[in-house]
Design a protein around this ligand. Structure first.
Ligand code: FAD
Length: 338
């Protein structure tokens, strides 16, 4: 009989752990949201898919690229031809840039990663809308308490962002004070962000020699990028933290018109997600914008029975999809060797 393992969180990291460990353990995967994917959020509209979470993979990220290949998915180059726009207070300025390091997008959106992994989870018992509240451990195993149930297993892996985990899940016996403090000090990558997608019949800015990339101090968006699919034009924007708490579609469209011209008014779809106040990603401490990408990585063994995982636990590429893959592969290997 295989030992039981409870994995908490069905983001990329939790799903990949379940995939890698399913032959060695009987797995229950507990997810608080009514969907899998965590910070990966791909919305579908009339057969086209757009990302409100992660978008890019970079050439040096070998682990995620290998996973994309192994799942039969394809990458295509992010559109970055043409001038970029700077939304200066005194008026929009356009610049040509030199050659940028290319970034790549997943055909069908980043959600293809998590849906493809989920399709490959044979006997894994995935339970959505099942937030974990308390994890008790004893010499024989762990008891994981959700709102309605107490589930027993020999081991538990928690894949939440460390700060969210330390803030929202109670541990009995409690986590070592130093570990809890360290976890509370780790910012959740992109936990301060909110993002919108605006779609068009055509990527009209390309015909005007514009790449769709813009930066702004005026807002509401601080950064805009091309997010077009094969059949639709699309732009995505990150909100300026000053104006991040509601979607402001009219002001966003005004800004896009200012940057890219009058056709920006003729949008088809506007979608928005506020990660800053999403209780399954962020805590209030995450609302502070970060000046730089934090140095991630942490001790992942809480006890003989409880391990932590998730992208922020990886010292290498922590915060990114690549970090989520590296962390899952390392922990799965360590558990299988043990
Ligand atoms: C707007 C945005 C843009 C980004 N852009 C990029 C990019 O371009 N490239 C890149 O590489 N990375 C990017 N990232 C980061 C990337 O999304 C993350 O690295 C990756 O998705 C993290 O996966 P994870 O499984 O470690 O964590 P998560 O996806 O956060 O998974 C944790 C899971 O735990 C669940 N959970 C939380 N609390 C509970 C509970 N109490 N009980 C049960 N389940 C719970 C959550 O719902 C979630 O499903 C971006 C993120 C955002 C938000």
């Amino acid at each position: 009989m295989k030992p039981e393992l409870i994995i908490v969180g069905a983001g990329l990291n939790g799903l990949l752990l379940a995939y890698l460990l399913q032959d060695s353990y009987r797995i229950i995967l507990l997810e608080g949201r009514p969907r899998i994917g965590g910070r990966i959020l791909t919305v579908e509209e009339a057969g086209e898919r757009f990302d409100l979470g992660p978008t890019w993979v970079w050439p040096h990220q070998h682990h995620i690229r290998h996973l994309i290949d192994a799942l039969g998915l394809t990458l295509f180059r992010h559109y970055d031809q043409g001038a970029f726009a700077y939304d200066a207070p005194e008026g929009v300025q356009y610049f040509r840039t030199g050659k940028n390091a290319p970034s790549y997008r997943i055909e069908g959106g980043a959600g293809m990663l998590t849906s493809s992994l989920a399709e490959r989870l044979g006997d894994v018992d995935i339970r959505l809308e099942t937030p974990v509240r308390t994890i008790r451990s004893d010499s024989e195993g762990v008891t994981v308490h959700t709102d309605g149930e107490a589930l027993r297993a020999s081991h538990c892996i928690v894949t939440l962002p460390p700060r969210l985990c330390a803030d929202t899940i109670a541990f009995e016996p409690p986590l070592a004070a130093a570990m809890r403090e360290k976890m509370l000090a780790i910012p959740t990558w992109m936990g301060f962000s909110s993002k919108c997608i605006v779609t068009y019949a055509e990527p009209f800015w390309r015909e005007r020699g514009l790449s769709g990339f813009a930066t702004s101090h005026r807002g509401p968006l601080s950064e805009v990028h091309d997010a077009s699919t094969r059949n639709k034009g699309a732009l995505f924007g990150f909100y300026h933290t000053r104006s991040a708490d509601d979607s402001q579609p009219e002001r966003v469209i005004e800004q896009l018109e200012r940057l890219f011209g009058a056709p920006a008014r003729d949008y088809e779809l506007f979608r928005y997600h506020n990660w800053r106040s999403d209780p399954y990603t962020s805590v209030p401490a995450d609302r502070e914008p970060l000046d730089a990408h934090p140095r991630y990585g942490m001790e992942t063994k809480a006890s003989e029975r409880i391990r932590f995982c998730g992208t922020e636990t990886s010292a290498e590429e922590g915060g990114y999809l690549e970090g989520a893959v590296i962390a899952a592969m390392r922990l799965a290997k360590a558990l299988m060797e043990a």
